[in-house]
Design a protein around this ligand. Structure first.
Ligand SMILES: Nc1ncnc2c1ncn2[C@@H]1O[C@H](COP(=O)(O)OP(=O)(O)O)[C@@H](O)[C@H]1O
Ligand SMILES: [Mg+2]
Length: 319
């Protein structure tokens, strides 16, 4: 198999702000075609990393190459191939959606003959076609966010940075943005660097995830690899009878270590997590003692959330 090409390579990347070490000795390699999730609490260093990778900030020490370019010295060349959706993007409120996109397209060197077509295509993808001629000051937050994302894509960048793209958006727009990211990543030459603190988003969209904590990389791998290596617990599915649903719900929730007890779609099926494998016999005894008929008990793939909670087991608050 041919070796995968790298889009981002950092070694010992570090950035201080006075006494704060926002990014601490980060060594990471991201491959072409990957959707890389960059996970971490508020203040973990995600945005600072994006800025370092884009040449907006200079590293205190360490090295960084993005698409083979040095982001600080070759920022202009690099930006021809990258698109960035910043944490708080600003689109020009006085202009219409179409005008914003035309302006950006011209700025990013989209040939005049192609620009109009590209703008129409993006408005269509983002379901903004009916509002394209309206001033952005009349847009909702979600529409502004979609326009900002469309703008980041105007020059068909091969590497896209998204800094918390769905933060504060309603579920419908979030779903639209997720679909767009998934569609983009179907083209194997596109890579996405996605900062998020939304675990479900990371699990749904990302090929690999990096977990950052106070500037340090604490875990890196596919969600499944991370789960296998970091999580000692077990996620279970339990089937009982229709008659016993209420009793089962109570009995499962009263088991001291059970987490995330959920009934599946009104059926006599429950899912839950246990922090340790060893607790299964105890749970079974607990159910039997309460007279709950146990039809099946099936282990499930752990979620990224399980892993994240395991990583932060000693902390009370997770941002
Ligand atoms: N321009 C700056 N000046 C001083 N401190 C900063 C600056 N930018 C970020 N920081 C600090 O660096 C740390 C990481 O911040 P940031 O990268 O924004 O985290 P995240 O995006 O993961 O929430 C925080 O402690 C933050 O206060
Ligand atoms: Mg941030």
């Amino acid at each position: 198999m041919a070796e995968k090409a790298s889009v981002v390579v950092t070694e010992g990347l570090t950035r201080h702000f006075d006494e704060i070490t926002a990014v601490d000795d980060l060594t990471i390699e991201i491959y072409t075609g990957e959707v890389l999730g960059f996970l971490g609490h508020n203040g973990a260093g995600k945005t600072t990393t994006v800025r370092l990778l884009n040449g907006v900030l200079t590293p205190t020490s360490g090295s960084v190459k993005v698409l083979g370019f040095d982001p600080v010295r070759q920022g202009a060349e690099l930006r021809r191939h990258t698109g960035v959706l910043t944490e708080t993007p600003s689109v020009d409120e006085r202009l219409t959606g179409i005008e914003n996109l035309m302006l950006y397209g011209a700025l990013f060197g989209v040939p005049e003959t192609e620009l109009e077509g590209r703008v129409t295509e993006l408005l269509d993808i983002f379901q903004l076609e009916e509002r394209g001629a309206d001033r952005v000051s009349e847009y909702s937050k979600g529409m502004k966010q979609k326009l900002a994302l469309a703008r980041a894509l105007i020059h068909k960048p091969s590497l896209l940075f998204l800094d918390e793209p769905t933060s504060g958006l309603d579920p419908v727009i979030t779903r639209q943005v997720h679909t767009i990211i998934q569609d983009l990543s179907q083209n194997e030459n596109n890579s996405v660097f996605l900062c998020t603190h939304n675990l479900e988003e990371a699990q749904r969209l990302c090929d690999r995830v990096a977990v950052l904590e106070y500037g340090k990389l604490v875990a890196f791998g596919t969600p499944r690899e991370l789960a296998r290596s970091l999580w000692k617990g077990l996620r279970l599915e339990i089937t009982t009878s229709y008659d016993a649903v209420d009793a089962a719900q109570n009995t499962l929730t009263s088991f001291k270590d059970a987490r995330d007890v959920n009934q599946v779609d009104g059926q006599p099926i429950f899912t839950l997590s246990l922090p340790l494998h060893d607790q299964v016999p105890e749970l079974v005894a607990h159910l039997v003692e309460a007279g709950i008929p146990l039809y099946t008990l099936t282990p499930q793939e752990p979620t990224l959330e399980d892993v994240y909670f395991a990583l932060h087991a000693d902390e009370e608050v997770i941002a």
